[in-house]
Ligand binder design. Structure first.
Ligand code: SF4
Length: 354
């Protein structure tokens, strides 16, 4: 029997947690050696995902103009953060972005819009774009567009939407500390609508917003209770204009431990290293892949990140392979071609020609 189960088409997590909340706390508080945590996390990571790493690219299709007040976000109302604001991109612009993402080896195309949630006409426009990308490019599409009711979720499902992202962000207990324009309960209702529509659920966290270790354990188990199949773990970036009162001190080791926690509580879920990888994990970025099987490349909402060449290099250096949308892996030859292409190393080619 193959050690790697095919979870690509799963929409819900199906595997029970292998640890209790008290054991989970020991991962975070240092009671367990880091190597023990990584060993346990890697066994689960390897069981469900082998040595593959999924690379995701975000496309911010609408920026700013948001009436919400999520404290971590540069686009929140009254943030005065200076982020570039623009209305939703046209279908053609989004499609061209998806073509580029596919050419760059992206597994999934993630579209993100600012705002409380889409109205009916916007949902219809999003549905048409999703249908075009899935039909013509064969890419899996993930959408993050805020609060969603059951009817809109059904419309997006019919268009071929593979995943819907709606982060819980933090525990129910801590939620009032980070936002006062909507509630944790409203977020949970959106997850319920997405689940009932049969769309894969992507929901994660932002770590470092003043939460306790117990809050992190709670939200890891809360995500488990929603049977979330994809969990982006963001590490808080103190963007200009944020309103988080007491950002936490995160060390690279704690960040790795947090990824181990999410892996062990949600063994068959895609655990994705999201925003803040470069600044918070630093030299432990590659180590983190022994717990996580997925990451973002080429930046985050309003913040730059490492590019595709660096990301693929880091994955290869750690002994993992980038996974393609069809479940195959990026061939080494084509990768090397890309790594040393004239586009990426113009100086090298200048030297060769001289
Ligand atoms: S996270 Fe989304 S809903 Fe919240 S302020 Fe930012 S853009 Fe608005």
């Amino acid at each position: 029997m193959s050690a790697t189960l095919n979870t690509a088409e799963k929409i819900f997590s199906e595997v029970p947690s292998t640890i209790t909340k008290e054991e989970a706390l020991e991962i975070l508080d240092g009671s367990l050696p880091l190597t023990t945590c990584l060993d346990k996390a890697f066994q689960e990571r390897n069981r469900y995902y082998g040595n593959k790493v999924r690379i995701h690219i975000l496309d911010n299709i609408k920026n700013g103009h948001c009436p919400e007040d999520c404290g971590y976000c540069a686009q929140r109302k009254n943030a005065n953060s200076g982020v570039q604001e623009y209305p939703m991109k046209s279908e053609t612009e989004i499609y061209e972005d998806a073509v580029k993402a596919k050419e760059n080896g992206a597994y999934r195309f993630c579209m993100v819009t600012s705002g409380t949630g889409p109205n009916r006409p916007t949902t219809e426009k999003l549905a048409a774009t999703i249908r075009k990308i899935t039909d013509e490019l064969g890419m899996k599409v993930c959408l993050s567009a805020g609060l969603l009711d059951g009817d809109k979720a059904q419309l997006l499902k019919a268009a071929g939407l593979d995943r819907y992202n709606h982060n819980l962000n933090t525990s129910q207990n801590h939620y009032p500390e980070i936002c006062d324009t909507h509630t944790y309960a409203q977020r949970a209702e959106t997850l319920d609508s997405v689940s009932k529509a049969g769309i894969g659920m992507c929901s994660g966290v932002i770590v470092g917003m003043g939460e306790t270790l117990r809050d992190l354990v709670d939200v890891a188990f809360e995500l488990k209770s929603f049977r979330v199949i994809s969990i982006p773990v963001n590490f808080f970036i103190p963007v200009k204009g944020h309103a988080i009162k007491n950002p936490s001190v995160l060390t690279p080791e704690l960040c790795v431990r947090i990824l181990c926690l999410f892996r062990l509580v949600n063994p068959d879920s895609e655990i994705r290293i999201a925003a803040g990888r470069e600044g918070h994990l630093r030299s432990l970025s590659a180590t983190a892949l022994f717990a996580a099987n997925s990451l973002f490349s080429s930046g985050y909402l309003n913040v730059k990140g490492s590019d595709m060449v660096e990301t693929i290099g880091m994955i290869r250096d750690a002994g993992f392979v980038p996974e393609l949308a069809d479940g195959g892996v990026l061939p080494e030859d084509s990768e090397m071609e890309a790594l040393y292409s004239e586009k990426n190393f113009p100086e090298l080619y200048k030297f060769k020609k001289s």
